[in-house]
Design a protein around this ligand. Structure first.
Ligand SMILES: *Cc1c(COP(=O)(O)O)cnc(C)c1O
Length: 503
């Protein structure tokens, strides 16, 4: 018998606990069923001849087969509950179990969205309370709670800005939006979605917005700037007040991408910096789960100048009762979602805030920054930080340390998979060559950070000692090796076609 190895696969194709998994259609087959009810008597139906007369084409699996299928698939996934998830910009922090307990209270979890408002006062109060925390933490007078993701929150903020510009009668004139080169892709996408054209603001040598270049681009055709702070290089925009003033002087609005709010929550109030609109990713800063396409929540705080343009619905308290206001004012730009937003995320985020308290939220920001700087300090002995000095909540490296090794950022990332880590964010932000963006968050212990840093330092040393071939082959221990990710994204195969047996 040959010893199993990558060259001599096992009979089953399984690797111990890593079990190969076929599609449910391939396991089940279309000619079987997982239930054994007797065939229905011919009782006739009331479908008026529209009943299905062909096979439905669903796989027939038994209950244990179904359960195993999904459990096996889930085990192919890396998860924050398995280890550190260092994806920069994404803020993959621990999802406290207390949040889950609160979110599952039947008084919150089991409410039908159309229940009469008098029956759901507690839920409305919770939304109002969370809104209050968000307004206090940001120093902004209003918040739209309904956006369901960061990008959706951006859309909300930019639609409010557009409505405000149109109300001023400048809709036809103000058509440009400025965004830094390092902006997250959703920023320009949102601006374009709202009908604006986007122009890039260059970065200066320190990785921040080039103020002089920004001022040159300003004019009476600029609707807004979109700036992330701390920015996607993990750096605080020191000129933020001057940026806000310059844009306001030119008659434009300041949209702040607040995805990185976790670095400054409880320390800095964006309202004090001149921000007009900013989304907050509850699934980043406030620990609600994300990834895998699950629900996020992107409440958008608004300055007084934009407050009246906010979408419906929103919660108000009147005569000791909470009301969900559904009727649109003349200025409101409309509605973004069918109901009030992601209730499950609201309960989790508020549980996180209340269990930390205001001082705890501030400490979260401080610890996130401390952890990132610890990683930066430890890794800079072998890797090359993209910019000098301290970082905020994420540490950005470029690929200079890999120069002449034959190893590229992608190979380095793939080798991390064999070490049991999800890779950091690669090749983003675009302003840094071969970027590697690491965000540890506050929820990693020193032990976890040390193990992570030791693993990366050992990889960096191996890369420099001429092991390029091993890096090019990585990952070797993953269920799949290297996939054509571009083709998978551009030409996804979304339909399973049965293989017709031929005699
Ligand atoms: C995550 C992120 C977004 C988008 O948020 P989603 O919830 O993924 O839509 C926007 N900007 C930055 C900087 C981000 O990190």
């Amino acid at each position: 018998m040959t010893t199993p190895s990558p060259n001599h696969p096992t009979f089953t194709g399984n690797k111990a606990l890593q079990i190969e998994e076929a599609l449910s259609f391939e396991i089940g087959g279309l000619d079987r069923t997982g239930v054994d009810f007797p065939p229905a008597e011919d009782l006739g139906d009331r479908l008026g001849g529209l009943g299905r007369d062909s096979e439905i084409g669903l796989p027939g699996l038994s209950e244990p087969e179904t359960v195993r299928h999904f459990v096996r698939l889930s085990q192919k996934n890396y998860a924050i509950d398995m280890g550190p998830f260092p994806l920069g910009s994404c803020t993959m922090k621990h999802n406290p179990r207390l949040n889950e307990k609160i979110a599952r209270l039947p008084g919150f979890a089991d409410l039908p969205p159309l229940a009469p408002q008098s029956c759901v006062q507690g839920a409305l109060e919770l939304i109002d309370m969370l809104a209050h925390w968000l307004k206090e933490l940001t120093g902004m007078p209003a918040v739209a709670m309904s956006p369901k993701a960061g990008a959706h929150g951006e859309l909300c903020g930019m639609m409010a800005i557009k409505a405000a510009i149109e109300a001023r009668g400048e809709g036809a004139k103000r058509t440009r939006v400025l965004a830094p080169e390092s902006a997250h892709g959703t920023n320009p996408a949102t601006a374009v979605q709202c009908g604006f054209t986007v122009e890039e603001i260059p970065a200066d040598a320190t990785g921040r917005v080039d103020l002089a270049a920004l001022k040159e681009k300003l004019g009476d055709d600029v609707a807004a700037i979109m700036v992330t702070n701390p920015n996607t290089c993990g750096l605080f925009e020191r000129d933020i007040r001057a940026i806000a003033d310059a844009v306001h002087d030119a008659g434009g609005y300041f949209y702040c991408d607040g995805a990185n709010f976790n670095a400054i929550a409880g320390k800095v109030r964006p309202g004090d910096l001149g921000v007009d609109a900013m989304h907050i990713n509850l699934h980043k800063t406030f620990s609600t789960p994300h990834g895998g396409g699950g629900p996020g929540a992107g409440p958008t705080v608004l300055a007084a100048a934009l407050e009246t343009f906010a979408p419906v619905p929103f919660v108000v308290r009147r005569d000791g009762e909470y009301h969900l206001v559904e009727t649109q004012s003349a200025e409101s730009f409309g509605r973004m979602t069918a109901f009030h937003g992601q209730m499950g995320m609201f309960t989790r985020a508020l549980a996180y805030m209340m269990s930390h308290g205001v001082d705890g939220v501030r400490q979260v920001a401080e610890d996130a920054v401390l952890n990132a700087n610890y990683v930066l300090a430890r890794l800079k002995t072998e890797m090359t930080p993209a910019f000098d000095g301290y970082c905020m909540h994420e540490a950005l490296f470029d690929d200079r340390f890999l120069k002449d090794t034959g190893v590229e950022t992608i190979d380095f990332a793939k080798a991390m998979i064999d070490e049991g880590y999800h890779p950091m964010t690669m090749y983003f932000p675009l302003v840094v060559h071969g970027a590697m963006l690491i965000e540890p968050t506050e929820s990693e212990s020193k032990r976890e950070l040390d193990l992570f840093c030791d693993a990366l330092l050992s990889l960096a040393k191996r890369a420099k000692s001429g092991e390029a071939e091993a890096f090019k082959a990585a990952p070797v221990y993953a269920p799949r090796r290297r996939l054509d990710e571009t083709a998978a994204a551009r030409k996804p195969v979304l339909r399973w076609t049965p293989v017709i047996a031929t005699e």
